[in-house]
Unconditional design. Structure first.
Length: 116
């Protein structure tokens, strides 16, 4: 058994709870789907958001919308680097998996630039 990280990021339209909720459901849902993850195999999830996003805790929506009721989750601020992508949420899923599992990272809605 191995422990591996799966990264993802998405930009969010505006600093509202509704837009943060929508982004969590979309990004986390795609991360689960593209990596064929069962929630019971997740060790923990780390969320970061840029300083211009503070209307809601993203972990709340993972619990209420996607069923992450027994998963350890934490929310943090992203480092405020000059010129960095704004209104961006990043997610790191730490997964208990087979040794040969190859993570598929997911970048949506302009966050693809983080991979350059």
């Amino acid at each position: 058994m191995a422990v591996k990280g799966i990264r993802g990021a998405i930009t969010i339209k505006s600093n509202t709870a509704a837009d943060i909720r929508e982004a969590v459901v979309e990004l986390l849902g795609q991360m689960l789907k593209q990596n064929n993850i069962e929630i019971k195999n997740i060790s923990h999830v780390i969320f970061t958001m840029t300083k211009d996003l503070n209307a809601a805790f993203p972990a709340k929506f993972a619990r209420t919308e996607l069923g992450f009721t027994e998963t350890a989750m934490m929310c943090f601020n992203e480092i405020d680097v000059p010129g960095a992508l704004k209104k961006c949420m990043r997610i790191l899923i730490v997964l208990n998996c087979k040794d040969d599992f190859v993570p598929q990272f997911v970048y949506l809605k302009g966050a693809e630039t983080l991979r350059n």
